[in-house]
Design a protein around this ligand. Structure first.
Ligand code: AGP
Length: 607
């Protein structure tokens, strides 16, 4: 999704902005641009494609500037072109970068065009540049002009604005899209993500909805949505620069797959004792709230939604509490029945996914009310964590690859912790606690299959399609495996509950259709074996991830990859890993852009 970086300093900010854009590349984008202000001149450079294309253009060079804004664009309104790339400029003096969507841009565009402004792009953003310019003509003050302009906007935005005639001032504001202020010594910055600014500061102010900040190298002032000056806390980020670097791995995705044992250990530590799972670890009120829960609604998107689907099996089987799991983009547009004492749970790596956030806001607005809202999130200080009653951080650390890996397995572990917290049977909780404490060792053993899976992946390179099968909690894991494969290798993949095969998809099976099955030695194994026979009988080529004790062996038409034994309850977490590795190695073999797959964004902050 789009990324913003801005700076006002006493040194040339071009390299700071460029490095910031590079650090935002993981979010997904299709073009990039920068505007710099120096000695009464506003220079703008834009390029389609990678940030490197912008860097190459900057080599020929605009003049250096001590004030500037930069942007990576992920197209929403208007195609991928240099004209549509940000910054957008008005009257050669105002430059604007924008994340989000301006919903009422068309009437504003008509009004501004009638007033004499010429539009050179197909974007919704260009109206903001002209709107600020028109208000600047009235007030002569950039902050006043930006506030007046945003008062006319409907939609979601984070904006950073500079003006040629005010060469030290940057004005930035947010409503519905994240924005942080970076506090340096004799310099100040803004960005849509702290990762962009880690090389220049560790001190951040997380701007709140409606905040508008005016900054110069020496100072900054924040006003809230009502225009009142407000103090916001400066927080030190615990992120190290190296946490957002590849650390010797070829891709972020591979690094993040291999980080999972450590990430999972972080997730449970401090929350699980030798005999119990502590609700108090997520807040003083959690135990009392969980004691009253009679129903659960889990809402999320994409991979996070798959984690919720697994949790339904765990929660209903162990705590007997009815659990409904739904896509956020669907949930927010219907009128769900809210049962008595229902806990509303959101799952999100980024904490800024527009649909999930909107679903949370919708849930909170319901008159028949939820008991409480709980966010399970990987990023601190996000809209989702701020707006939820309870927060359980997944603690996976920064996830840069667009394809979610360690964020997913740590979400699963958080949901298993939640399952334990909701279970009122002490002996069952103690058994679960013991299992959870072994999860990191179990995952480390699974990662040893990396090389075997790399070899297996070679068989998929010339394939066009693949089917994934699972039963019980392995069905959502099959869905996750299919999503991983399609998002980074562009191979068409679908997942089915194995029992559904004969109700239609079996028609697709022939010698060209690889069928990947997940078959741990659990209560569904014999049923899965029958489903595999249905595939073999039709000449399908089977690839099965199975427990060594499953009784399944490699033979004609079937390749079995022996998984280390894990307890049933941990199997969804453990069996996710070989599917991540399969997707990764197929993508590498096909030569796709693993960390930034085409058309996708890391954090989907638009609807
Ligand atoms: C997963 O690989 C995808 N990048 C995507 O499905 C993602 O999980 C989804 O967009 C939800 O994001 P979130 O967890 O940040 O809310």
């Amino acid at each position: 999704m789009c990324g913003i970086v801005g700076a006002s300093a006493q040194r040339n900010v071009e390299p700071i902005l460029l490095e910031g854009l590079r650090r935002l590349e993981y979010r997904g984008y299709d073009s990039a641009g920068m505007a710099l202000v120096d000695e009464g001149v506003l220079d703008r450079v834009r390029a389609v494609g990678k940030v490197q294309a912008l860097a190459d253009k900057l080599e020929d060079g605009p003049r250096p500037g001590t004030l500037g804004v930069a942007h990576t664009r992920w197209a929403t309104h208007g195609g991928v072109s240099e004209d549509n790339a940000h910054p957008h400029v008005s009257s050669d003096r105002v430059a604007v970068v924008h994340n989000g969507i301006i919903e009422n841009f068309e009437p504003l565009q008509r009004r501004l065009a009638a007033a004499g402004y010429t539009f050179t792009s197909e974007t919704d953003t260009e109206v903001v540049a002209h709107l600020v310019d028109s208000h600047l003509a009235e007030s002569g003050d950039l902050s006043t002009a930006v506030r007046a302009a945003v008062s006319e906007l409907d939609g979601a935005y984070a904006l950073a604005v500079v003006c040629r005639d005010d060469p030290h001032t940057l004005v930035a504001t947010r409503s519905g899209s994240p924005l942080v202020l970076g506090v340096g010594i004799g310099e100040h910055f803004v960005a849509s993500d702290v990762a962009a600014l880690l090389p220049v500061t560790r001190n951040f102010v997380y701007l709140e909805e409606g905040d508008l900040v005016t900054l110069t190298p020496e100072d900054y002032t924040i006003r809230d949505g009502n225009g009142a000056v407000v103090e916001r806390p400066v927080k030190e980020s615990g992120l190290s620069i190296s946490a957002t670097e590849k650390g010797g791995y070829r891709h972020f995705m591979l690094k993040e797959i291999h980080e999972q044992p450590r990430a999972l250990a972080e997730t449970w530590q401090g929350r699980v004792t030798a005999r119990d799972i502590l609700a108090s670890s997520i807040g003083p009120t959690a135990e009392e709230i969980f004691g009253r829960v009679e129903a659960i609604h889990i809402v999320a998107c994409g991979t996070s939604h798959h984690a919720g689907l697994v949790a339904r099996y765990w929660i209903e089987a162990m705590s007997r509490i009815p659990c409904n799991v739904e896509l956020a983009s669907e949930y927010r547009y219907r009128d769900p029945v809210v049962p008595k004492n229902c806990l509303f749970v959101t799952l999100s790596q980024s904490g800024e996914t527009a649909d999930t956030l909107a679903a949370l806001r919708y849930a909170k607005s319901r008159e028949d009310g939820y008991l409480a809202t709980l966010a399970i999130c990987n990023k601190p200080e996000t809209s989702l964590t701020r707006e939820s009653d309870l927060v359980m951080m997944t603690r996976a650390g920064p996830e840069i690859g667009v394809a979610s890996t360690k964020a997913f397995t740590t979400q699963l572990l958080c949901l298993l912790l939640l399952t334990g917290m909701l279970d009122r049977r002490p002996d069952e909780r103690a058994a679960l606690a013991a299992n959870i404490r072994g999860v990191d060792t179990a995952l480390a053993a699974v990662l040893e299959l990396d090389e075997a899976i790399r070899k297996l992946a070679e068989e998929f390179v010339d394939k066009q399609h693949a089917l994934f099968l699972g039963r019980g909690p392995m069905y959502p894991i099959a869905m996750e495996g299919a999503l991983k494969l399609k998002e980074i290798s562009y191979l068409h993949a679908e997942a089915y509950a194995a029992g559904e095969l004969k109700h239609g998809p079996l028609a697709l099976v022939d010698e060209n259709m690889p069928v990947i099955a997940i078959a741990p030695n659990n209560e569904w194994l014999e049923k899965v074996k029958s489903n595999l026979q249905e595939v073999r009988a039709r000449g399908g080529k089977l690839y099965v991830f199975a427990d060594a004790e499953s009784g399944l062996n490699t033979g004609p038409g079937i390749t079995v990859l022996d998984m280390p034994h894990v307890d049933d309850i941990l199997a969804p977490i453990a069996y996710t890993v070989p599917l991540q590795l399969l997707a990764y190695h197929v993508a590498v073999a096909k030569g796709t852009d693993v960390d930034q797959p085409r058309n996708l964004a890391k954090s989907v902050t638009v609807e």
